[in-house]
Design a protein around this ligand. Structure first.
Ligand SMILES: [Zn+2]
Length: 215
């Protein structure tokens, strides 16, 4: 039987060993896998930004939508939902909201804010005679109830503003990273507003109860 000799022998120019071949093959596979992964996680014009932000593996929902989690390191900060509408794809993105806007229980833990709060109450006890809401006389001896009378409106405004950020991410104008920062900064604005004690007044006991102020 004739012995089959390779065209190029070891040591000759152009010779590729079996080991090198395997390495090359593995590298090629890796590149292909990365490409495939990139293809899978490329959704519309969405860009992730820095490395800490990732789009995770998709899941198919019972309504046949594709849902992709958005990760910031190990925290899930939102999701992308892809709906098939006929031949067209409809892409939606939403960010998760952690914590409320102007959450009293949370913010009052700040010692300096607590102090400012008390000062404001004492100040108003001297200057404001009647309940801001019902105009009944305010007792100077009962526990004062400081009320942010515009916080409800402010919350709605900020939530509306924040809800427009995903659109900027979808259009590619902002990366997920920048969008997430902007989204949180808008919500944080509500806390800054609350802590500024702007638009606050005293209200009477029964109005405070009605507004759920002491919960
Ligand atoms: Zn009142």
């Amino acid at each position: 039987m004739p012995i089959k000799t390779p065209d190029i022998l070891p040591g000759e120019k152009g010779y590729i060993s079996k080991k090198e071949k395997t390495t090359k093959k593995k590298l090629k596979e890796k590149i292909e896998k990365t490409k495939q992964r990139k293809k899978e996680t490329t959704i519309g014009k969405i860009k992730t930004g820095s490395k800490g932000y990732r789009i995770g593996k998709s899941k198919i929902t019972p309504n046949k939508e594709k849902k992709y989690p958005i990760w910031r390191y190990s925290k899930k900060i939102g999701e992308i939902i892809v709906k098939n509408k006929g031949a067209k794809e409809e892409i939606n993105l939403k960010f998760n909201r952690f914590g409320g806007i102007g959450n009293h229980k949370h913010l009052i833990q700040d010692a300096d804010f607590q102090f400012q709060w008390t000062i404001r109450e004492q100040e108003l006890l001297m200057t404001q005679g009647k309940c801001f809401l019902c105009r009944k006389k305010i007792s100077k001896t009962a526990k004062p109830n400081l009320y942010h009378y515009k916080i409800f409106k402010k919350r709605i405004e900020l939530l509306e503003e924040a809800s427009e950020v995903p659109q900027e991410v979808l259009s590619g104008k902002l990366t997920i990273e920048k969008g997430w920062e902007k989204f949180n900064n808008i919500l944080e604005e509500g806390n800054r507003y609350y802590m500024s004690l702007k638009d606050t007044a005293l209200i009477c006991q029964s109005c405070a109860k009605q507004k759920g102020l002491n919960n």
